[in-house]
Design a protein around this ligand. Structure first.
Ligand SMILES: Cc1ncc(C[n+]2csc(CCOP(=O)(O)OP(=O)(O)O)c2C)c(N)n1
Ligand SMILES: [Mg+2]
Length: 346
């Protein structure tokens, strides 16, 4: 079991040569833009434009590293918390938020984007990632699937089944657990007894890694290694990134009811964006103008997101009946005719 927590930016650990300056700047840019879009989405939820929004504030290193560790043919399997990973994976933010606006579909073509829809049921998508990875091996492809999940999801039966079958068949999957300390109001100490979630890999006979999830350089290094390990036929990897859920579970949650605000302080001091900014600045690799340009770009993207989400989506009642049955049963056909005969006011 490897523990990479020592590779922190605070000690100005030198990144592996494979991590170029361009990769670090891209990481910083995506984290700053991701945080700004995340804040915008939280505000849109408060204003009623989204039905719900689970923020990943403070988890940007994990979100961005997950997307940026993947190769051009690899797949991402995100949860409800992972919109920033999906933005970084180059899916239009409005499309990413489609489901969270209460629309009936995920808003984008999963195949075109190599990204599954946000999974709200915990860990069920881990098995989907294994299925895709196993199919890809059968087709002679070199694709890796990365399934993201939280600490709470590791208690699910689906998580166990996915890891077990992936291990047995050496499926090229990276299971990336963002251990943010909470499953809604349940703290980690009431969730599992294991010393670390990465230790669970031992039971499946696969590689397990633990990393400081607020350290972008360490996290992307570990994830890139894991992706290549899986791609080269050595089987799945379980990566645990230790981080903290700075925000409420969603806009509908009040964390003051179950945790002390002071608990967040040490995590705020280890903010992933501040750490990478400080590192690059201290190395003389980040001009003030560059940072301002990134922040300006983030503002523009947030304004564009706000503007487009405020346009009400087109609602077509006929869609209620589409895509469920190839041959709709008679009672649904009748209902469809009845709905379509009603006058519809947009
Ligand atoms: C199968 C299933 N059971 C319960 C829930 C309700 N639920 C939604 S989020 C959540 C907590 C998950 O915590 P964690 O996996 O740590 O992810 P985080 O929200 O912290 O990112 C629960 C229990 C669900 N969505 N799916
Ligand atoms: Mg959690």
């Amino acid at each position: 079991m490897n523990d990479r927590t020592e590779t922190t930016l605070d000690g100005y650990w030198t990144p592996p040569t494979a991590l170029t300056l361009v990769a670090l700047r891209n990481g910083l840019r995506a984290m700053i833009i991701g945080r700004r879009l995340d804040r915008q989405a939280s505000n849109l939820a408060k204003q009623g434009y989204l039905t719900v929004y689970p923020s990943s504030l403070g988890q940007e290193a994990c979100q961005v590293a997950a997307a940026q560790a993947l190769g051009p043919d690899d797949w991402l399997f995100p949860t409800y918390r992972d919109s920033v990973a999906m933005f970084t994976h180059r899916i239009d933010p409005v499309k990413v938020l489609t489901m969270l606006r209460g629309d009936w579909h995920c808003g984008f073509d999963p195949k075109a984007h190599r990204c599954a829809p946000h999974s709200t049921p915990l860990a069920t998508h881990c098995a989907h990632a294994v299925g895709l990875a196993m199919a890809s091996v059968k087709k002679g492809e070199k694709r890796v699937a990365m399934a993201l999940c939280g600490d709470g999801a590791t208690s699910e039966g689906d998580f166990h089944e996915a890891l077990n079958i992936a291990a047995v068949f050496k499926a090229p999957v990276v299971f990336f657990v963002q251990h943010n300390g909470y499953a809604i109001s349940t703290p980690s100490r009431r969730q599992f007894r294991a010393k670390s979630l990465a230790d669970k890999a031992i039971g499946y006979g696969i590689r397990g890694e633990k990393v400081d999830g607020n350290d972008f350089v360490a996290t992307i290094s570990v994830l890139r290694d894991a992706v290549e390990h899986a791609r080269n036929g050595f089987g799945p990897v379980l990566v645990e990134a230790r981080t903290y859920r700075v925000s409420p579970h969603t806009n509908a949650d009040d964390p003051d009811r179950y945790r002390n605000r002071s608990e967040a302080e040490p995590w705020l001091e280890h903010d992933p964006i501040a750490r990478l900014t400080e590192y690059l600045t201290a190395q003389g690799r980040l001009a003030r103008d560059t940072l301002r340009d990134i922040e300006d770009a983030a503002e523009e993207l947030a304004a564009d997101l706000r503007r487009r989400v405020m346009i009400p989506p087109e609602a077509d009642p006929a869609r209620l009946f589409a895509h469920v049955y190839a041959d709709p049963p008679p009672h649904l056909q009748e209902q469809r005719i009845a709905v379509l005969s009603e006058e519809y006011v947009a």
